[in-house]
Structures are given as C-alpha cells and as structure tokens.
Design a protein around this ligand. Sequence first.
Ligand SMILES: *Cc1c(COP(=O)(O)O)cnc(C)c1O
Length: 240
Amino acid sequence: MIVKEGVDTMNVEMNERIAQIRYEIDEAVRKAGRSDGVSLMAVSKNHPYEAVADALGCNMTLFGENRVQEIAGKFTERKEGEFTLRLIGHLQSNKVKKAVSLVDGIDSVDSEKLVRLIDKESEKAGKVMPVLLEIDTAKDGTKHGFGDKDDLFRTLEVISSLHHVKVEGLMTVGPQTSVETKIYKAFNSLRLLQDECAQQFPDLDFHQLSMGMSGDFRIAIEAGSTIVRIGTAIFGSRGY
Ligand SMILES: *Cc1c(COP(=O)(O)O)cnc(C)c1O
C-alpha cells in the first residue's frame, strides 16, 4: 500500500478517544437494558476551530458551545447543514438575537422571559427554534436552570401558545460530586420530571433528555439520557 503523506489528515488520537466513548455509551445502553440510541454531542468550548475540524474528520455531527461570543468568532465558515450546533451555556437576554442567528438549537433555556425573547427573534428570522429547558437538579446554588416545578409548568403553558419555539425536552448539569448515588438521583429526577411534563403537556413533543458529561455520562445513560455532552474526553483539558 502506498501511503500518501499529508493526504490522511485525520486526528488519529481523537478518533480513538471518540471510538472509546462510543463503546462506553453502547455498553451503558446495553447494561441499562435500553433499546434506543444515545446521541453524542462534542462540546468544543475553549478549543479553536481546528479542534472542531478534527472532530468533523472523525464523523462528529453534533456540537455544543457555551458562549454566543465564542460561537460568533469560531464558526465563521460554517456551511448550511454541515453539522448541528447548539448552545448549551447560559444565554443573556441581550444575546438572544445573535444566538438565534448562529445556532440550530438552544439547550439552556431557563426562564419564561427567555422563551418569549427567543420566540420573538426566531419569528423575525423566519425560524422555529428547537429548545431544551434547563433544570437545576443539583440544587447546590451554582447552577442555572428552573429550580421550581410551578415555574417550569407556567413556562410550558407559554410555550404551548408560541409558534417559533419548539420544546424537545429537558437538560441538566449533574452535581459536582464523586458520590454516584447522588449523581444518579439527580439524573433520575430529570427523567421523572420529563415523564410528568409529557403527561401534563401531551401536545408538546418531549423526547430528549440531555444529561451526562465526560465524568458522569455512564450514570446519565443508566438514568435515561438521550444526549450526552462530552468535552474533555474528546478534546482534552481546556486548561482552566
Ligand atoms: C463544558 C460543558 C460540558 C462538557 O463538559 P466535560 O466535562 O468537559 O465533558 C457539558 N455541558 C455543559 C453545559 C458544559 O458547560
């Protein structure tokens, strides 16, 4: 076989890391006795576009970023339909317009006010924006997200009446602890809440549970996660 130098530019190490993660996802799905699949989101925050390009070369198609400013600077060359990019970090009101123009979904919606703003800007842009509602399951005072069920249900009422946001499910960041039972409990509470939302709002299409990061995605899958958001285990440490 003739090896052409410089032609095969795949990042082999990254490809192996992703293969390992996919293997562990499959193992966790199998252990949980689940028959559905789990999507792998590559969280490229604090890494340059070259890292994203490497991940594209490893067949990643779903990306998550935390900050609108960083997305605006990093994804200047993105072609329509090349890959899916979703916002997973806290969104400030004054960045909604920009976010709506840049991303394919907003997974960190944490207030009724934000829902209304996203709807308004999406209408202006001629879009229907897919969203996930972020829930504070860790309740340790450091996380964003709805902490109150009444608040969440009121917001879902509002969403039912809007035409330019489409809720797909819930998202959470698990608690910062090594105690696995605590992590499982938090993730399981999100699944139970999802079931309750689906029952209360049968017209809304709840089907996604975004939970699990590099350190806890196996536990999240056990609890029913449908999307895991992986940064460090794909791209390495972010150096902060
Ligand atoms: C950074 C981040 C991730 C990825 O975290 P890792 O531990 O690096 O896998 C996932 N979700 C959110 C909301 C994040 O901010």
